[in-house]
Design a protein around this ligand. Structure first.
Ligand code: C2E
Ligand code: MG
Ligand code: MG
Ligand code: MG
Length: 289
């Protein structure tokens, strides 16, 4: 064991730090392997209107680990984001999402679904990000207007001019944008209005405290009101209770996503979520023209 002993006898070397570093290096190696072995998969969390119609889903990355089972992003995204690993992973997510949209396009009852994907700062800041997305849409034949990119407030505002330029390039092709985790990033309204956005996603930390923390009630009302005034669609994430949904509905929230309505799930499960399949008993068949 190495010890950096200084003249005063103080030890500047913490073995716990060594452990943390080697764990991170190990995780990076494992993630690289996971990419090669195709251990990543996407789960899909449905997004509903108040009336209960599925309008789309958010793709959420999962790591099917041979020993640890299904691993969620909380355990690996931060490490991936510190290196270009996130770029390779992000490309994989983008390709998979586009391919999924193409597959849904062949089904009469699925072809209207929008798909949102999460984009990391490191990926978005690459000079060729917009061209990469456009190339992927062309390669796969995915309909651009059904692809939505979720960007966080802090990502968008970190370099507003670069953000606006890239968003406009993609908007021209039909790609849509949502501000993820809205309310957590201290956005300036003036900046927000300069961005070609479609949707604002209320962060789940506010939704969780609806009816519990009066300040969060006010924040959520304010966000919904602001979104309406800016003519943006507003979606709430992390909706877990009927009471939360009711509050959101009362104030005019457009779309709902959360465990109350559906957890992130494998694509095969999403494809049979009611009311996607009209039951023969209801008489509501899907017209295939
Ligand atoms: P996010 O984009 O804000 O996604 C929402 C997270 O909340 C997801 O966690 C989702 O499973 C969880 N969630 C949904 N409904 C509820 C609910 O009702 N209650 C609670 N408690 N949680 C709910 P997940 O899948 O673990 O993802 C965490 C974060 O990892 C995401 O936050 C996103 O920032 C990041 N992430 C996920 N997939 C990707 C990806 O493909 N690329 C990148 N760059 N980041 C990703
Ligand atoms: Mg998201
Ligand atoms: Mg979010
Ligand atoms: Mg989040």
């Amino acid at each position: 064991q190495v010890k950096a002993a200084h003249g005063n006898g103080l030890c500047f070397f913490d073995p716990r730090m060594q452990t943390a570093i080697s764990q991170r290096v190990q995780l990076e190696t494992d993630l690289q392997t996971a990419l090669v072995l195709q251990q990543f998969k996407l789960h899909y969390q449905p997004q509903y209107t108040l009336a209960g119609t599925i309008v789309g889903a958010e793709a959420l990355l999962r790591w099917q680990h041979p020993e640890r089972g299904l691993v969620t992003p909380g355990e690996f995204i931060a490490v991936a984001e510190e290196s270009d690993l996130i770029v390779a992973m992000g490309d994989w997510v983008l390709r998979s999402a586009c391919e999924q949209l193409v597959a849904w396009g062949r089904e009469a009852n699925l072809c209207h679904l929008r798909l949102s994907i999460n984009v990391s700062a490191r990926q978005f800041r690459r000079p060729d990000f917009a061209q990469q997305v456009i190339a992927m849409l062309q390669q796969t034949g995915a309909p651009a207007h059904l692809l939505k990119l979720e960007l966080t407030e802090s990502l968008m505002l970190d370099n507003v001019d670069d953000t606006i330029a890239k968003m406009h390039q993609l908007r021209t092709k039909g790609v849509r944008f949502s501000v993820d985790d809205f309310g957590t990033g201290y956005s300036s309204l003036a900046y927000l209005t300069r961005l070609p956005l479609h949707q604002i996603k209320i962060d789940q930390s506010f939704v969780r405290n609806l009816g519990v923390r009066p300040t969060d009630d006010v924040i959520v009302q304010t966000i919904i009101g602001m979104a309406r005034n800016l003519e943006l669609e507003v979606i709430a994430e992390g909706v877990e209770t009927e009471a939360q949904k009711k509050f959101l509905a009362l104030h005019g929230c457009d779309l709902y996503q959360g465990y109350l309505l559906g957890r992130p799930m494998p694509v095969a499960d999403l494809e049979v979520q009611p009311p996607l399949w009209p039951s023969p008993a209801s008489g509501g068949g899907v017209a295939v023209l």
